[in-house]
Design a protein around this ligand. Structure first.
Ligand SMILES: [Fe+2]
Ligand SMILES: [Fe+2]
Length: 220
């Protein structure tokens, strides 16, 4: 039974994550390293567990979360599609059965908001986990000046973000604590509205409502 621990220790995975980092660095995008992979892995597993999915799906979710951005090793463009195929082959090499490997492939292939769609419970959990990781530590150039783009400004403002599953009220919330002297809630909406729509559809597929709470105020 393949676990996320084995995936993390796999030499090919290590090389592809390092190569992804190199590419993301060259493009000056926000951090997509082991930190992001680990957080998305944990949160995908947590969402699946808290919404009552099987232990097996939780395990597959942790693996999908860790590997979801590995396509950045080829190119940022269509990294979801290229990553899905890379991951399918890695999982087969490591002995995963075709059907579980294909389930993870489909989730990874649909995680990007540009052309992805929540198509399964696993893909929905992955989408919400991925889109909820907004944090100042993901910004490379940490000095705020007139050249800081809106993506960096929004991330720089975020001191903490996490996902909360409220089983009683069937809600999955992204909870964000920001410094509103750095960016306004309007800035957040400007760059994240596509992501929020995607998260709403993802939660709906799981029978939940998606919510966004910023500095204690529910905005969705
Ligand atoms: Fe991605
Ligand atoms: Fe990601």
């Amino acid at each position: 039974m393949l676990t996320v621990k084995q995936i993390k220790n796999d030499e090919e995975v290590k090389v592809l994550i390092k190569t992804s980092e190199k590419q993301i660095d060259a493009l000056a995008y926000t951090e997509h390293s082991v930190r992001h992979a680990s957080i998305v892995s944990t949160w995908t597993g947590m969402i699946l567990k808290e919404t009552g999915q099987s232990a097996k799906l939780v395990r597959l979710g942790e693996i999908a979360g860790y590997l979801h951005d590995i396509g950045n090793s080829l190119a940022r463009y269509d990294h979801a599609g290229s990553g899905a195929i890379l991951v399918y082959n890695i999982l087969k090499r490591l002995g995963m059965n075709y059907s579980d490997a294909a389930e993870i492939m489909m989730a990874i292939g649909n995680h990007d908001e540009i052309n992805g769609v929540p198509v399964s419970v696993l893909s929905s959990a992955l989408i919400i986990a991925d889109k909820s990781d907004v944090h100042k530590s993901r910004v490379r150039h940490k000095v705020l000046d007139k050249n800081t783009n809106i993506h960096d400004r929004v991330n720089l403002a975020v001191n903490r973000s996490y996902v909360n599953v409220d089983k009683e009220n069937l809600r999955i919330d992204t909870v964000i604590e920001t410094d509103d002297t750095i960016c306004s809630v309007a800035d957040y909406f400007e760059i994240y509205h596509h992501r929020m729509i995607m998260c709403s559809k993802a939660a709906e597929l799981m029978g939940y409502k998606y919510g966004l709470i910023i500095n204690g105020t529910r905005l969705l």
